[in-house]
Design a protein around this ligand. Structure first.
Ligand code: LUZ
Ligand code: MOS
Length: 787
């Protein structure tokens, strides 16, 4: 298998030819949509007055909640109105729509729609939600071991809290959708979504259509990161309403500011912990209460919390644990999926604990981490009961610590910090063990359609959506490998619910695993049919070769026999014992066609042997784990609080990667996105509950100068992951979590100067936060206020 085929959009991305939704040229008669959104975080809608807006030239029509057949949607529970009608729950919540001849008119008209709202007191923070008892659902509790008994016996107990803020997805392409109406109320929806099936479902349900009247198509997204796992559906339904009512093409595209104000983000978490450990630093029990800020509606908050709870162990064995979690209901846009899906928020808790234990015992944190690492028998059972198999963590730890000269550099840093004033450094090494599979079992399935055309080229359609992550090229490689043809002969087609039904979101890092496996199923079916024919054809002598037009033999039936003597290799097909006589792949395809052999197939894949009992919090929800370690060194300017990442070393176990180039890109990109989360990306909300950070001028993501000057990414060889396609491992989310090494390094650096104050360091460790800790300012500062 060619492991570093370039990304299939590489050329068109850099030349600007890649088509995104907004690139659709203007279409005669189409309508542009403006949205009147709530200016308040909580209130009662009394009335809507369209009269001023209606006077404008170019305004076509107006819509409100009652125009929907079913004005509700939700990823798990349909608790969210598509247009608010009475209760208003967050700033930016859509209340009314205007359709107009162009975007300028639509936006100006939307501003002129008068909303009469009676304001109510909003709940914005976890702290306030807890005070008022504002929660979704009941608390969830996972327990393992004999928590109560060890509680009394632990030699040391530390208590504290971990404050972890949210993050904006900052995809380059905002939420975008175009809808094309057709006869008989049919609708074609082009959406920038990770989840075409959910867009189809939400559009159909809201308009009272059946699912077979709605097709959702996705060519690609300009980034998504979880922000389009559920929340594209909301905007698709708004746009579809206009098309459905007017029978005109409608277009909806959020500006960056509107998108950042109105859409949900990574969940902030407040976690209170109590940890017991012995004098060596081995954890004996862990007791954690996690509170997430879910925003106004449930969205994906329940499974996000669940993944946080399932990743509270990160890479460490917890003999006794009680993990409790609760989602707070507040008046913010509903928080949602974001790369890592709660995992980073859970892992942050225990990595912070590792630093705290090390400080308490006055030893290097790496020793504490290694001491608690998952091992073999007796130390390989997670707190939810899954056995950690094919455990590469010990190898990753020792290899990276040696490669990056961890202990030598800690000593160098100590000397540097003693000698220098005004500048302080820190170094930390943290691991990740990310569970691969949707935690909701039935989502772990995929289907694929493979069509072989007469010239021997192949089209593949799956439910996977391309958001830049490279799922298309990976699937193309898998299919090319089945047929023994060049990857350039395989094209991955736009995702459409017309070709692939009931698909799961491209999420949970599992896009290539699930859809690649389904595509291999489909391609293998065609290959068996071809092999059956080739086996017969190639074993005939020249004189005997059948004339397909007049031959009486039939080959069309599906066969589960395999024909191992038939080789498909480098575009040629031949018999193992007669390698001289070759058929080119296109020639074989033509012969197969004239013999009426089906050259299209459908494949289905489901992940085996996974299960999870949500009520008990026990099971084996994950097919396998993707592991990695990262070591980061930071330098902090003590006068300004500015943080620079000097050096990063990453070592990951990706099994046998499908495409090393794409995977390096995912590691570098995921890590830098994580770096933003732990250092500079800082969401601010006004007292009235409006996001103030709604453009690149007020919200800082990492830029090119923030990239570590020394950035080493390496993989270990692991041939032991036979559970997944070609022995590969998923890569999308896991590297994100390694950025916690930067946060831990910052904490270590600050601790050098001010050991008393670091236990409450928030995440992100912004310059302001660092300066606050270094200068002892702001004694009454309350990190809870931020979450
Ligand atoms: N989405 C989801 C996810 O619905 N379930 C998951 O377990 C998950 N995990 C990671 C990212 N998205
Ligand atoms: Mo998800 S956080 O869209 O994998």
């Amino acid at each position: 298998m060619k492991i570093s085929a370039p990304h299939d959009s590489a050329k068109t991305h850099v030349t600007g030819l890649s088509q995104f939704i907004e690139d659709y040229p203007p279409i005669r008669g189409e309508l542009y949509i403006g949205i009147a959104t709530s200016p308040v975080a909580r209130g009662q809608l009394q009335d809507i007055d369209f009269s001023e807006a209606a006077k404008m030239d170019g305004v076509h029509s107006f819509y409100k909640a009652s125009d929907f057949q079913h004005n509700c949607w939700g990823a798990n529970v349909k608790d969210q109105p598509i247009l608010a009608s009475e209760q208003i729950s967050y700033v930016g919540e859509p209340i009314a729509l205007v359709a107009a001849v162009n975007q300028q008119v639509a936006d100006r008209a939307a501003e002129k729609i008068k909303l009469m709202i009676e304001k109510q007191d909003a709940i914005l923070t976890i702290k306030e939600a807890r005070r008022q008892g504002s929660f979704f659902q009941e608390p969830v509790i996972y327990q393992c071991g004999n928590f109560k008994e060890v509680l009394e016996q632990a030699p040391h107990v530390l208590e504290g809290a971990f404050y972890c803020k949210g993050q904006d997805h900052f995809y380059l392409e905002s939420q975008s959708v175009i809808t094309f109406p057709d006869e008989n109320d049919e609708l074609l929806v082009h959406s920038s979504t990770q989840h075409p099936s959910e867009v189809q479902h939400v559009v159909a349900h809201s308009l009272g259509l059946s699912l077979n009247q709605v097709v959702c198509q996705v060519k690609r997204m300009g980034g998504a990161f979880g922000g389009k796992e559920s929340q594209a559906s909301h905007y698709a339904a708004l746009c579809a309403l206009v098309s459905h009512k007017t029978k005109k093409i409608a277009r909806l595209h959020l500006s960056k500011d509107d998108d950042m104000i109105a859409t949900g983000k990574r969940h902030p978490f407040l976690s209170e912990y109590r940890v017991g450990f012995d004098k060596e630093g081995s954890i004996q029990f862990l007791d954690v209460k996690l509170f997430s800020n879910g925003g106004a509606f449930l969205d994906l908050s329940a499974p996000v919390l669940q993944r946080a709870m399932l990743h509270i162990d990160n890479a460490y064995f917890l003999p006794h644990a009680r993990i409790a979690g609760r989602v707070c209901r507040t008046n913010l846009p509903p928080n949602t999926a974001f790369r890592g899906f709660g995992g980073p928020q859970g892992v942050g808790v225990i990595e912070n604990i590792m630093e705290e234990i090390a400080t308490f015992l006055n030893v290097d944190p790496l020793l504490i981490r290694e001491r608690n690492l998952y091992g073999t028998q007796g130390r390989n059972r997670t707190h939810y009961g899954q056995i950690v198999e094919n455990n590469t963590l010990p190898q990753l730890f020792s290899q990276l610590a040696a490669q990056c000269q961890y202990y030598q550099r800690q000593e160098d840093i100590r000397v540097f910090n003693c000698k220098n004033r005004g500048c302080v450094r820190g170094l930390a090494l943290t691991p990740v063990k990310f569970g691969i599979s949707f935690t909701l079992k039935h989502l772990n399935q995929a289907n694929a359609l493979v069509n072989v055309h007469m010239d021997g080229t192949v089209q593949v359609s799956t439910g996977a959506t391309e958001m830049g992550q490279g799922v298309n090229i990976k699937i193309a490689q898998i299919v090319a490998d089945v047929f023994g043809i060049d990857v350039n002969q395989v094209r991955i087609m736009a995702t459409s619910t017309e070709k692939n039904h009931n698909t799961s979101a491209t999420a949970a890092s599992s896009g290539s695993d699930l859809n690649g496996s389904a595509a291999r199923e489909a391609a293998s079916l065609i290959k068996r049919r071809l092999a059956k024919y080739a086996s017969y054809y190639l074993s005939c002598t020249k004189q005997q070769k059948p004339d397909p037009i007049s031959s009486g033999r039939e080959f069309g039936d599906d066969s589960y026999e395999s024909f191992p003597e038939v080789c498909f290799h480098q575009g040629q097909v031949f018999l193992k014992h007669k390698p001289k006589e070759k058929l080119s792949f296109p020639k074989l395809i033509k012969l197969a066609y004239t013999n009426r052999i089906s050259l299209g197939a459908y494949g289905h894949y489901k992940t085996k042997n996974i299960h999870f009992d949500r009520s008990k919090g026990q099971g084996s929800p994950f097919l396998y784990f993707t592991n990695g370690v990262g070591a980061s060194e930071v330098e902090i300017n003590e006068y300004t609080g500015e943080l620079k990442v000097l050096r990063v070393d990453i070592l990951m176990d990706l099994g046998r990667p499908l495409n090393v180039g794409v995977d390096y890109g995912q590691i570098a990109g995921g890590f830098i996105q994580g770096m933003g989360w732990v250092t500079c990306e800082d969401l601010h909300i006004s007292k009235d509950g409006k996001y103030l950070t709604h453009s690149p001028t007020t919200y800082k993501i990492p830029n090119i100068q923030d990239i570590p000057r020394c950035f080493n990414i390496d993989l270990i060889e692991n041939k032991g992951n036979s559970k997944n396609i070609h022995g590969s491992k998923a890569v999308g989310e896991p590297p994100f979590l390694l950025a916690l090494s930067i946060w831990a390094a910052a904490k270590k650096a600050v601790k050098f100067r001010n050991p008393q104050r670091t236990s409450t360091m928030t995440l992100p460790a912004t310059s302001e936060e660092i300066l606050r800790l270094l200068t002892d300012r702001d004694e009454n500062y309350e990190p809870e206020r931020l979450l």
